[in-house]
Design a protein around this ligand. Structure first.
Ligand code: DC
Length: 228
Protein backbone atom coordinates (compact mmCIF):
# COMPACT_ATOMS: atom_id res chain seq x y z
CA UNK A 1 0.00 0.00 0.00
CA UNK A 2 1.44 3.40 -0.92
CA UNK A 3 2.38 5.82 1.85
CA UNK A 4 0.83 9.25 1.72
CA UNK A 5 0.78 12.58 3.54
CA UNK A 6 -2.47 13.55 5.21
CA UNK A 7 -2.85 17.30 5.83
CA UNK A 8 -5.56 18.40 8.26
CA UNK A 9 -6.08 22.15 8.48
CA UNK A 10 -8.74 24.27 10.11
CA UNK A 11 -9.68 26.74 12.82
CA UNK A 12 -8.40 26.49 16.38
CA UNK A 13 -10.08 23.94 18.67
CA UNK A 14 -11.84 22.22 15.79
CA UNK A 15 -10.72 18.79 16.93
CA UNK A 16 -8.05 18.54 14.23
CA UNK A 17 -5.53 16.91 16.52
CA UNK A 18 -8.00 14.35 17.87
CA UNK A 19 -8.90 13.27 14.35
CA UNK A 20 -5.30 13.35 13.15
CA UNK A 21 -4.00 11.33 16.11
CA UNK A 22 -6.66 8.66 15.77
CA UNK A 23 -6.06 8.24 12.06
CA UNK A 24 -2.29 8.07 12.56
CA UNK A 25 -2.72 5.40 15.22
CA UNK A 26 -5.11 3.26 13.25
CA UNK A 27 -3.04 3.28 10.04
CA UNK A 28 0.40 3.20 11.70
CA UNK A 29 1.51 6.68 10.55
CA UNK A 30 3.49 9.29 12.48
CA UNK A 31 1.50 12.21 13.83
CA UNK A 32 2.89 15.76 13.85
CA UNK A 33 1.09 18.57 15.69
CA UNK A 34 2.42 21.68 13.94
CA UNK A 35 0.52 24.02 16.30
CA UNK A 36 2.55 22.57 19.19
CA UNK A 37 5.68 23.79 17.42
CA UNK A 38 4.45 27.40 17.30
CA UNK A 39 3.33 27.05 20.90
CA UNK A 40 6.80 25.85 21.92
CA UNK A 41 8.47 28.82 20.21
CA UNK A 42 5.99 31.11 22.00
CA UNK A 43 6.87 29.56 25.36
CA UNK A 44 10.55 29.98 24.56
CA UNK A 45 10.00 33.71 23.90
CA UNK A 46 7.88 34.16 27.04
CA UNK A 47 10.54 32.57 29.21
CA UNK A 48 13.15 34.90 27.75
CA UNK A 49 10.89 37.90 28.34
CA UNK A 50 10.85 38.66 24.61
CA UNK A 51 7.12 39.44 24.37
CA UNK A 52 6.14 42.78 25.87
CA UNK A 53 2.63 44.21 25.41
CA UNK A 54 1.99 41.93 22.46
CA UNK A 55 5.23 42.86 20.70
CA UNK A 56 7.94 40.25 20.08
CA UNK A 57 11.63 41.12 20.24
CA UNK A 58 12.27 39.86 16.71
CA UNK A 59 15.98 40.69 16.71
CA UNK A 60 16.66 38.33 19.60
CA UNK A 61 14.30 35.66 18.30
CA UNK A 62 15.87 35.75 14.85
CA UNK A 63 19.30 35.07 16.34
CA UNK A 64 17.94 32.13 18.34
CA UNK A 65 15.46 30.57 15.90
CA UNK A 66 17.79 28.02 14.31
CA UNK A 67 18.82 26.73 17.73
CA UNK A 68 15.22 26.06 18.80
CA UNK A 69 14.71 22.36 18.33
CA UNK A 70 11.24 20.90 18.63
CA UNK A 71 10.72 17.16 18.83
CA UNK A 72 7.87 14.79 19.60
CA UNK A 73 7.89 11.58 21.55
CA UNK A 74 5.15 9.12 22.46
CA UNK A 75 4.67 8.63 26.21
CA UNK A 76 3.11 5.19 26.76
CA UNK A 77 2.28 5.89 30.43
CA UNK A 78 0.12 8.85 29.47
CA UNK A 79 -0.82 7.41 26.08
CA UNK A 80 -0.04 10.67 24.32
CA UNK A 81 2.48 12.38 22.09
CA UNK A 82 4.55 14.92 23.96
CA UNK A 83 6.35 18.02 22.73
CA UNK A 84 9.98 18.66 23.63
CA UNK A 85 11.62 22.07 23.43
CA UNK A 86 15.40 21.68 23.29
CA UNK A 87 15.02 18.25 24.97
CA UNK A 88 12.70 19.51 27.75
CA UNK A 89 9.18 18.12 27.97
CA UNK A 90 6.88 21.15 27.65
CA UNK A 91 3.67 19.36 26.68
CA UNK A 92 1.58 20.74 29.57
CA UNK A 93 3.05 24.22 29.60
CA UNK A 94 2.38 24.91 25.90
CA UNK A 95 -1.37 24.21 26.34
CA UNK A 96 -2.03 26.93 28.93
CA UNK A 97 -4.13 29.99 28.13
CA UNK A 98 -1.05 32.14 28.70
CA UNK A 99 0.62 30.53 25.67
CA UNK A 100 -2.64 30.46 23.65
CA UNK A 101 -2.98 34.21 24.13
CA UNK A 102 0.36 35.01 22.49
CA UNK A 103 0.87 32.20 19.99
CA UNK A 104 -0.85 34.03 17.12
CA UNK A 105 1.64 36.87 17.37
CA UNK A 106 4.65 34.56 17.25
CA UNK A 107 3.21 32.37 14.50
CA UNK A 108 2.64 35.39 12.26
CA UNK A 109 6.39 36.10 12.00
CA UNK A 110 7.79 35.07 8.61
CA UNK A 111 11.17 33.74 9.73
CA UNK A 112 9.51 31.70 12.52
CA UNK A 113 7.24 30.10 9.93
CA UNK A 114 10.04 29.25 7.52
CA UNK A 115 12.08 27.64 10.30
CA UNK A 116 9.09 25.54 11.43
CA UNK A 117 8.08 24.59 7.88
CA UNK A 118 11.62 23.30 7.31
CA UNK A 119 11.36 21.09 10.41
CA UNK A 120 7.85 19.94 9.39
CA UNK A 121 8.98 18.94 5.90
CA UNK A 122 11.89 17.00 7.38
CA UNK A 123 9.48 14.91 9.52
CA UNK A 124 7.74 13.67 6.38
CA UNK A 125 10.65 12.77 4.12
CA UNK A 126 9.38 9.22 3.81
CA UNK A 127 5.69 10.23 3.76
CA UNK A 128 3.46 8.12 6.07
CA UNK A 129 2.58 11.19 8.17
CA UNK A 130 -0.58 12.85 9.42
CA UNK A 131 0.03 16.52 10.18
CA UNK A 132 -2.43 19.09 11.44
CA UNK A 133 -2.24 22.89 11.43
CA UNK A 134 -3.29 25.91 9.42
CA UNK A 135 -1.11 25.81 6.30
CA UNK A 136 -0.23 22.15 5.91
CA UNK A 137 -2.22 21.60 2.71
CA UNK A 138 -1.43 25.03 1.26
CA UNK A 139 2.23 25.71 2.14
CA UNK A 140 3.97 22.83 3.92
CA UNK A 141 2.75 20.00 1.68
CA UNK A 142 0.91 21.40 -1.33
CA UNK A 143 1.38 17.93 -2.84
CA UNK A 144 -0.28 16.04 0.07
CA UNK A 145 -2.41 13.23 -1.30
CA UNK A 146 -5.24 13.83 1.19
CA UNK A 147 -6.21 17.28 2.46
CA UNK A 148 -8.96 17.94 4.96
CA UNK A 149 -10.30 21.34 6.02
CA UNK A 150 -12.20 21.21 9.31
CA UNK A 151 -14.75 23.77 10.43
CA UNK A 152 -17.16 24.22 13.39
CA UNK A 153 -18.81 27.27 14.97
CA UNK A 154 -16.78 29.47 17.37
CA UNK A 155 -19.21 28.66 20.23
CA UNK A 156 -18.86 24.90 19.80
CA UNK A 157 -15.07 25.19 19.63
CA UNK A 158 -14.90 27.45 22.70
CA UNK A 159 -17.03 24.99 24.67
CA UNK A 160 -14.64 22.15 23.79
CA UNK A 161 -11.60 24.21 24.82
CA UNK A 162 -13.34 25.34 28.02
CA UNK A 163 -14.19 21.75 29.01
CA UNK A 164 -10.58 20.67 28.35
CA UNK A 165 -9.04 23.44 30.45
CA UNK A 166 -11.52 23.04 33.32
CA UNK A 167 -10.79 19.30 33.35
CA UNK A 168 -7.10 20.19 33.75
CA UNK A 169 -7.95 22.41 36.72
CA UNK A 170 -7.33 25.78 35.02
CA UNK A 171 -9.42 28.70 36.27
CA UNK A 172 -10.94 30.20 33.12
CA UNK A 173 -14.30 31.63 32.08
CA UNK A 174 -16.24 30.57 28.98
CA UNK A 175 -16.39 34.16 27.71
CA UNK A 176 -12.64 34.54 27.98
CA UNK A 177 -12.14 31.35 25.94
CA UNK A 178 -14.71 32.38 23.33
CA UNK A 179 -12.97 35.73 22.97
CA UNK A 180 -9.59 33.97 22.53
CA UNK A 181 -11.03 31.59 19.90
CA UNK A 182 -12.55 34.49 17.91
CA UNK A 183 -9.41 36.57 18.20
CA UNK A 184 -7.26 33.68 16.95
CA UNK A 185 -9.64 32.99 14.04
CA UNK A 186 -9.30 36.61 13.02
CA UNK A 187 -5.51 36.67 13.32
CA UNK A 188 -5.06 33.27 11.65
CA UNK A 189 -7.17 34.33 8.64
CA UNK A 190 -5.89 37.85 8.18
CA UNK A 191 -2.14 37.51 8.80
CA UNK A 192 0.18 38.23 5.90
CA UNK A 193 2.28 35.08 6.22
CA UNK A 194 0.48 31.85 5.25
CA UNK A 195 -3.02 32.84 6.39
CA UNK A 196 -5.46 30.07 7.21
CA UNK A 197 -7.38 29.16 4.08
CA UNK A 198 -8.81 26.07 2.50
CA UNK A 199 -6.63 24.53 -0.22
CA UNK A 200 -8.51 24.23 -3.49
CA UNK A 201 -8.21 20.46 -3.44
CA UNK A 202 -9.12 20.04 0.26
CA UNK A 203 -12.28 18.28 1.41
CA UNK A 204 -14.26 20.38 3.90
CA UNK A 205 -15.87 18.80 6.94
CA UNK A 206 -18.09 20.60 9.47
CA UNK A 207 -17.75 18.42 12.55
CA UNK A 208 -19.87 20.61 14.86
CA UNK A 209 -22.60 17.99 15.16
CA UNK A 210 -20.61 14.82 14.60
CA UNK A 211 -19.58 12.34 17.30
CA UNK A 212 -15.93 11.35 17.54
CA UNK A 213 -16.80 7.97 16.11
CA UNK A 214 -18.55 9.51 13.10
CA UNK A 215 -15.53 11.73 12.44
CA UNK A 216 -13.14 8.80 12.75
CA UNK A 217 -15.15 6.67 10.31
CA UNK A 218 -15.49 9.53 7.84
CA UNK A 219 -11.73 10.19 7.82
CA UNK A 220 -10.74 6.55 7.57
CA UNK A 221 -13.03 6.19 4.57
CA UNK A 222 -11.39 9.19 2.84
CA UNK A 223 -7.96 7.73 3.63
CA UNK A 224 -8.84 4.35 2.15
CA UNK A 225 -10.22 5.96 -0.99
CA UNK A 226 -6.79 7.46 -1.60
CA UNK A 227 -4.45 4.64 -0.66
CA UNK A 228 -6.34 1.62 -1.96
O1 DC B 1 -3.64 24.25 16.60
P1 DC B 1 -3.20 25.11 17.77
O2 DC B 1 -4.33 25.90 18.40
O3 DC B 1 -2.42 24.37 18.80
O4 DC B 1 -2.21 26.19 17.11
C1 DC B 1 -1.60 27.19 17.87
C2 DC B 1 -1.40 28.44 17.04
O5 DC B 1 -0.37 28.22 16.07
C3 DC B 1 -2.62 28.96 16.30
O6 DC B 1 -3.04 30.20 16.83
C4 DC B 1 -2.19 29.16 14.87
C5 DC B 1 -0.76 28.74 14.82
N1 DC B 1 -0.49 27.75 13.79
C6 DC B 1 -0.06 28.19 12.57
O7 DC B 1 0.03 29.39 12.36
N2 DC B 1 0.28 27.29 11.61
C7 DC B 1 0.19 25.98 11.83
N3 DC B 1 0.54 25.13 10.86
C8 DC B 1 -0.28 25.51 13.08
C9 DC B 1 -0.62 26.42 14.04
Amino acid sequence: MKKIIVAIDGFSSCGKSTMAKELAKSVGYAYVDSGAMYRAVTLYCQRKGWIVNGVVNQDELKKAIDSILIEFSYNPDKNRNETFLNKENVEDEIRTLQVSEEVSIVSSIGFVRSAMVKQQQAYAKERGVVMDGRDIGTVVFPDAELKIFLVASAEIRAQRRYDELIAKGEKVSFDEILENVKQRDFLDQTRKESPLRKAEDAIELDNGNLTLEEQRDWLLKRFKEVVE
